[in-house]
Design a binder for this molecule. Structure first.
Ligand code: MIC
Ligand code: SF4
Length: 859
């Protein structure tokens, strides 16, 4: 579907001139990344030759995407900003909250019941503020964005680290925390440190068992999980143009795993083909007109060393299929070395489950190639040894692969088809027996394989590979199976070899779906009521964080000195905790429960310095909070790696942690900390990590003269009476220091919003209470034609009934400290009506139909 064509037209109309100006100022040929960045400067940002990795620059992204698990916090914050409508096209995608258990149909029904309140909230906020809403079952955010919204030369941000997937269609697409999304949706500038540039030259051509996934698995092995930090990775060369658009998406998607700000590819014929196949011929035509501006200048690709900060070259003709893991996505092993590595490291080689799909790898091409292997099972008299599952990336892909017989091929090898959602990738996998915590191996085509991520079992060894390789390994049931050289023994005892996978880049008969799952927002959402129950354990309106007290911070205790990898999964686990993503106090009960305590090497066991006893991290922190004692968290390298979830920053802030002091940060997490008014500090001398002792009383000094590029000092009062001072660095610029002082970036925005916007909103809502507008009806109609008549009327009625209320509600949402509960009451419409309304609105037509089909087939 082509959305927002006018926005794309307007951008393309000004792009050539913006690029020409930038080329003049920078005074040299430009990379694609620079062209996109320079043509998206915010109106108030002066054009200059920005220092890569140095200058903070204000940008104006074209659009925003949010997924359900992060959108809750993002939208709760947006509501506080007092704006009547989003300033740029924005969408919400319901994909993270569906538990994969029995299969698509049932799992979706369960999710729609269990998370009804959250889906209702998201759909009503979307409806109110002009945000496109993709229902549960419509697909995973990044696949849906690639199919509908991504466009060459565009810039977007999304509240998910794998937003970068859209680089496959030549975008600069960046993962951010919700507070950043709020800036852009509120029409403000979005700030980013001008990235460094890594060029990856791809020569040769993919063939046989090697897939696009292997490119990024190889790159991850070269650059490691930190190697892309603060950089855009730009791919070019004949290997890039010879690859499919969705293959490019896979490569960009997993750029998140090397910490890259984003990855991108220049516009080429594969992108044109994909745009045409996904109903966006108009966009392709527009792009063709300015195509020289949608790729790097030829001089850049001819002499990349001159223009990129770092260049990597990979010959696709020589690239081997890889498996990365376990426990980290950068531990890359070519399949030919797996036997040796597995035995050296004691990795269990029997593979229990092979899982394909996810936002990373569920394109038509991926699935058709994997299906070509599944078909060989019957043809060659084999039996699949591992369990096998598929999570399609979107309803469009699911419908099309079903129509073309691929699902049937998978079901014949005993596969389970899960809902079009994240499912096992984010621990929403009710895996039978995982609670026994047995050592076991799984292989998947997802992107992350941190400990405990998929099934909550810390002893699950997860390896990441292409869907083709995962399928072959699942058939063999053996991690060390190398399909390029090894034979399998079939049911009649014969030795057989799998033929290399084959498939189609795009469906010959085109993509299709009965209903892709989209609900457009009301044209005028001012009368739409947002539902947050004050007694909810899933949703909680936000109270602003306290501003800085104006003094140095003294007498802090050490909450935890985390040892080794501490990703956002360790800081704020997903899986069952996803449920509380809209309720800050409840989700804070998972604070750092996955991190390893340096002193006792245990997970979720730290010393409570008030009692001397060891206890769970959140309990200890709540004990400090109750006494008004601040604390600090100490961490290792690349702290906060992984997700964009700002909960990992908001939870410690909410519970009274005052600073996070680490050897180094992952980009998104560092920004999230700053946005939430937290101090994010790094050791000037990394060895000082060893000076922190468990019983230390800690001061942070220099805050009264807190300034950019001026280190702060931390004083450690050891329990033996000695004292040590260490220097700590930070990357706060002036504006970010103001966020710290105000208590959060949102508090800063709130200050100006309180003066003007909320009143306006309230006035607007109150002025036309009786108008039973058509818009909400429309939205409802699309989702559930029969329900449409009743539901919106009730919503409208409430607006009539509560003439005075909206004013108050708006005021409260802007949020006085103690008020959240009351505010909630005011915002919530009376229970019965909206519940019904939303129930109908949210009815999953697509999903049900889809599910029925699958169910039928199974019978
Ligand atoms: C992930 O892949 O870790 C997630 C779940 O999609 C996260 C977002 C989240 O935590 O909600 C991400 O990558 O940003
Ligand atoms: Fe969902 Fe996994 Fe993709 Fe994150 S990486 S968006 S959890 S499928």
């Amino acid at each position: 579907m082509a959305f927002d064509l006018d926005m794309i037209k307007a951008l393309y109309a000004k792009m050539p001139a913006s690029i020409a100006k930038a080329r003049k100022v920078v005074n040299r040929p430009l990379t694609l990344s620079e062209k996109i960045l320079y043509s998206h400067l915010h109106a108030d940002q002066k054009l200059e030759n920005f220092g890569r990795g140095k200058s903070y620059v204000d940008f104006a992204p074209d659009r925003v995407a949010m997924q359900d698990a992060t959108a809750q916090m993002a939208l709760l914050q947006f509501m506080s900003a007092g704006k009547p409508r989003v300033a740029v096209p924005s969408t919400v995608h319901c994909d993270h909250l569906i538990v994969a258990k029995t299969g698509a149909a049932e799992d979706l029904t369960v999710a729609n019941t269990e998370s009804k309140e959250v889906f209702d909230f998201l759909s009503s906020v979307s409806n109110k503020y002009g945000i496109g809403f993709w229902r549960p079952g419509a697909g995973i955010i990044h696949q849906v964005v690639l199919e509908n919204y991504a466009f060459p030369g565009g810039m977007m941000i999304g509240t998910d680290s794998h937003t970068v997937n859209a680089g496959g269609l030549g975008m600069v697409a960046i993962g951010v925390g919700g507070a950043d999304a709020v800036d852009v949706m509120a029409g403000m500038a979005w700030e980013l440190k001008f990235p460094k540039l890594i060029g990856v030259k791809l020569t040769g051509k993919l063939s046989g068992w090697t897939a696009a996934k292997d490119v990024i698995l190889k790159v991850a092995g070269i650059l490691t999980v930190k190697g892309g930090t603060g950089a855009i990775v730009e791919y070019f060369g004949e290997g890039a143009t010879s690859m499919s658009c969705t293959g490019k998406g896979t490569i960009c998607n997993m750029g998140a795993e090397i910490g890259a700000t984003t990855s991108t590819f220049g516009y080429d014929a594969s992108m044109e083909r994909y745009l045409n196949a996904t109903g966006r011929t108009e966009v392709a035509k527009l792009a063709n007109k300015i195509k020289e501006h949608l790729t790097g200048d030829p001089e850049v690709y001819a002499n990349p060393e001159k223009y990129f900060d770092q260049v990597v070259e990979i010959n696709l003709s020589e690239l081997e299929p890889h498996l990365n893991g376990p426990f980290t996505p950068d531990l890359a092993t070519p399949i030919s070395k797996m036997k040796e590595e597995a035995s050296k490291n004691g990795w269990p080689t029997r593979v229990e489950v092979g899982l394909i799909g996810s936002c990373t790898n569920s394109s038509y091409e991926d699935i058709s190639r994997a299906a070509s292997l599944a078909r060989q099972v019957a043809d060659k008299g084999l039996k699949t040894k591992s369990e096998f599952t598929i999570t399609p990336g979107s309803e469009v892909v699911r419908y099309t692969i079903d129509r073309d017989g691929f699902i049937d091929a998978f079901e014949k090898i005993g596969a389970k088809v899960f809902a079009n959602a994240c499912g096992p990738c984010i621990g929403m996998w009710n895996r039978v027996g995982a609670d026994k915590k047995e050592k076991n191996t799984i292989v998947h085509s997802f992107n992350r394989n941190f400990q405990s991520r998929n099934d909550g079992n810390p002893n699950t060894y997860a390896f990441v590979g292409s869907p083709e390789l995962v399928t072959a390994i699942a058939i063999a049931g053996d991690l060390t199976f190398n399909p390029e050289t090894d034979f399998l023994t079939n049911e009649s005892g014969q030795k057989v070899k799998l033929e290399p996978p084959t498939g189609d880049e795009l469906p010959k008969r085109g993509f299709d779906a009965e209903d892709p799952g989209y609900v457009s927002p009301a044209k005028d959402g001012s009368k739409v009521q947002v539902k947050v129950s004050p007694t909810s354990d899933r949703l909680q309106l936000l109270a602003p964080f306290k501003p800085w007290e104006g003094t140095d911070l003294r007498g802090l205790r050490l909450l935890i000195k985390a040892k080794g990898k501490c990703t956002t999964d360790h800081i704020s686990m997903a899986g069952k905790w996803l449920k509380y993503r809209g309720h800050l106090d409840n989700i804070s009960n998972n604070l750092l429960i996955g991190a390893t305590n340096f002193y006792n090497e245990k997970i979720n066991s730290v010393k409570n310095n008030l009692t001397g006893q060891y206890d769970e991290v959140p309990r200890v922190q709540r004990a400090y909070k109750a006494q008004g004692i601040g604390s600090i968290v100490v961490g290792d390298e690349n702290y906060g790696e992984g997700s964009s979830r700002e909960h990992a920053a908001m939870e410690p802030r909410h519970l009274g942690v005052r600073a996070i002091l680490v050897k180094s940060f992952a980009r998104i997490h560092e920004t999230n900390l700053k946005k939430q008014g937290m101090l994010g500090l790094t050791f000037a001398n990394k060895e000082d990590y060893n000076k922190i002792q468990e019983d230390d009383v800690i001061d942070i000094t220099g805050l009264t003269t807190f300034a950019p590029e001026t280190p702060l000092t931390i004083v450690l009062h050891h329990s033996n009476g000695t004292e040590e001072s260490i220097t700590v660095n930070h990357t706060y610029n002036k504006g970010q220091i103001e966020w710290f002082k105000a208590g959060s970036a949102l508090n800063m925005m709130g200050k100006s919003a309180t003066k003007t916007a909320p009143k306006k909103v309230a006035a607007k809502t109150a002025a036309k209470p009786a108008a039973k507008k058509a818009a909400p009806k429309k939205a409802a109609k699309k989702a559930a034609p029969k329900a449409a008549k009743k539901a919106p009327k009730k919503v409208a009625k409430k607006a009539v009934a509560k003439k005075a209320a909206p004013k108050k509600a708006a005021k409260k949402v802007v949020a006085k400290k103690a008020a959240p509960k009351k505010a909630a009451k005011k915002v919530v419409a009376k229970k019965a009506a909206p519940k019904k309304a939303v129930k109908k609105v949210a009815k999953k037509v697509v999903a049900k139909k889809a599910a029925k089909k699958v169910a039928k087939k199974k019978k």
